[in-house]
Design a protein around this ligand. Structure first.
Ligand SMILES: [Zn+2]
Length: 539
């Protein structure tokens, strides 16, 4: 969300909406409160004041508090003011701790923040930010996340990180973000307050941040600085524009440099915004296709401190692994030695431990069973002498555990056009299809029945609430709020057995969230049901 200066916006919110498709902006309620705009905002509302009909989030003046030491408004006054001007997402007056502060100071600041967070609940109307503070001290960030996370807030910004960003101190930042994420409720979006440089966005998203705001596009433009995902450049140092945005493609640095100052700033503001939005689009596409790790591993190479900070994720492998999908739309790419830091590397070690002993040397995962050489994430071009029965058994164990080794024993194999295993039948009943994309099995209801018989409760089960059972039986998706139990060892995009509370099999499908998310979410599909029991028994 671009930061809008309510007094004078270089690019108006209307232009942002029309030219950049901006859906949400953030502005500072304290600046409005203090200025001649106050009466106008109270009369017309903040949307009309800014001439923007998207979502308007407001900040409370905490940033001014950090910068100037004190401000002239109380917590109650600024919350009530944000309510009165019709802010969509308001912010209470938290205390941002400066990075140089001692532990005692940070603890004192946090006490006040928590007190104000409690007070804010009383005046809250609509959505509100519950900002997490605690300075550079991880025990305080943990404490703050736990306390504020339990309150009735809608978004959790991680506050006071701008000084780290400005100094390129990414290592403490990664620790702060992951500590907060570990202890904040998984169903609430996290906003990294003040982060908007395209260099850091992909990594911050990987760490679990959902929202960003920044005035960088305009502040950097005023300093003749040109934003790119590989760092900042000075306009004066550019011979070419390394960008394909609408403003850069029609000119060159030499021409721009000769423009009057306000036009240079206009030009750079626009480019900086395009560079930021383009990076966000790349990140969203990478999430869609499952290549976010690869994107981040290419971005961290653009600054030595960023590269160094990537090592921190190794401390949080267990936590991050829980949210890492089991399979992806695109293959697994090795980009360098840090690829081995990905949490999936730890997961596969435990999953392949029970597969057969015939192994090959994989550049990322080490000794990998030959039977998995065509399965995500182990794909290799090497060809091995192995029977189809062994391949099927290996995939079953990797996918469903060692108790499922015999799942497809003595089934009939149908081959695809390339000669690879495609379908598995028992008599004339289809049990499973081996998906070519990732070399994993997709179960039919009959296949799921066999798996259900082999695995004891609660393995691979997602248990539906009584209310949802009739819908699942018909093959309808199971929503997260109707799940009463889920096997915590399941991972997103795995095959899941949907059962009722007597462990009767109702359906089979693909898990769409991690178990932690299923337990916490009130909205959204938990299991995309492929087939319900009624479709099979009353076709
Ligand atoms: Zn550009």
């Amino acid at each position: 969300m671009p930061v809008i200066n309510p007094k004078k916006a270089e690019i108006s919110p209307r232009e942002l909406q029309e030219e950049f498709k901006t859906q949400i902006v953030i502005t500072n309620a304290y600046i409005i409160y203090q200025s001649h705009l106050r009466e106008e905002a109270l009369q017309k509302g903040v949307h009309a004041l800014l001439d923007f009909d998207g979502v308007v989030e407001t900040d409370s003046g905490s940033f001014q508090l950090m910068t100037y030491g004190n401000i002239d408004v109380t917590n109650e006054e600024i919350i009530r003011f944000q309510n009165d001007i019709g802010s969509d997402v308001s912010t209470f007056l938290d205390i941002p701790t400066v990075p140089g502060a001692t532990f005692e100071q940070a603890e004192k600041d946090l006490e006040i923040t928590v007190k104000r967070a409690k007070e804010a609940q009383k005046f809250k109307k609509g959505a509100m930010n519950g900002t997490v503070q605690g300075g550079r001290f991880l025990p305080l960030r943990k404490k703050a996340s736990k306390i504020v996370g339990k309150m009735e807030f809608d978004i959790h910004p991680i506050g006071a990180v701008v000084p780290f960003l400005l100094k390129y101190q990414f290592t403490p930042l990664v620790d702060i973000i992951l500590t907060c994420k570990k202890f904040l409720p998984v169903e609430k979006p996290v906003h990294l307050f003040g982060a908007g440089h395209p260099l850091v966005l992909a990594f911050a998203v990987l760490l679990g941040c959902d929202l960003f705001d920044s005035a960088a596009y305009i502040l950097y433009a005023k300093g003749h600085r040109y934003l790119t995902p590989f760092g900042t450049r000075n306009l004066e140092d550019l011979l070419y524009f390394p960008c394909e945005c609408p403003v850069c493609t029609h000119t060159d640095p030499e021409v721009v440099s000769t423009l009057p100052e306000p036009e240079i700033i206009q030009f750079l503001t626009r480019h900086n915004l395009y560079a930021t939005f383009t990076e966000l689009h790349k990140i969203k596409q990478a999430i869609h296709e499952g290549s976010l790790w690869e994107l981040v591993e290419s971005r961290i190479r653009n600054h030595p401190n960023l590269y160094e900070s990537y090592k921190v994720i190794r401390k949080y492998t267990l936590f991050m692994e829980k949210f890492e999908p089991f399979t992806k739309r695109t293959g697994f790419f090795y980009t360098g030695k840090e690829t081995k830091y990905r949490p999936v590397c730890r997961r596969v070690k435990t999953r392949i431990a029970f597969v057969d002993k015939d192994v090959f040397d994989h550049p990322v995962f080490g000794k990998v069973p030959v039977s998995l050489s065509q399965t995500y994430p182990f794909h290799t071009d090497e060809v091995f002498d192995i029977s189809e029965e062994e391949i099927i058994k290996g995939i079953c164990i990797y996918q469903f555990g060692s108790k499922a080794a015999s799942l497809f024993d003595s089934t009939k194999i149908a081959h695809g056009r390339t000669g690879k295993i495609r379908h598995l039948y028992q008599d004339k009943t289809l049990l499973a299809t081996l998906r070519p994309m990732d070399g994993l099995f997709v179960l039919t209801f009959e296949g799921a029945e066999k798996l259900h018989a082999l695995l004891p409760f609660p393995e691979r089960r997602v248990t539906a609430d009584e209310e949802a059972c009739p819908f699942v039986k018909e093959g309808k998706d199971l929503f997260a709020k109707f799940v009463i139990h889920i096997d915590k060892n399941l991972r997103c995009y795995e095959e899941a057995l949907i059962t009722d509370d007597t462990d009767a099999l109702l359906g089979v499908g693909k898990l769409m969230l991690s178990p932690e998310e299923v337990k916490s979410f009130n909205k959204g599909v938990a299991v995309q049901c492929r087939r319900g029991v009624n479709a099979v028994h009353n076709p």
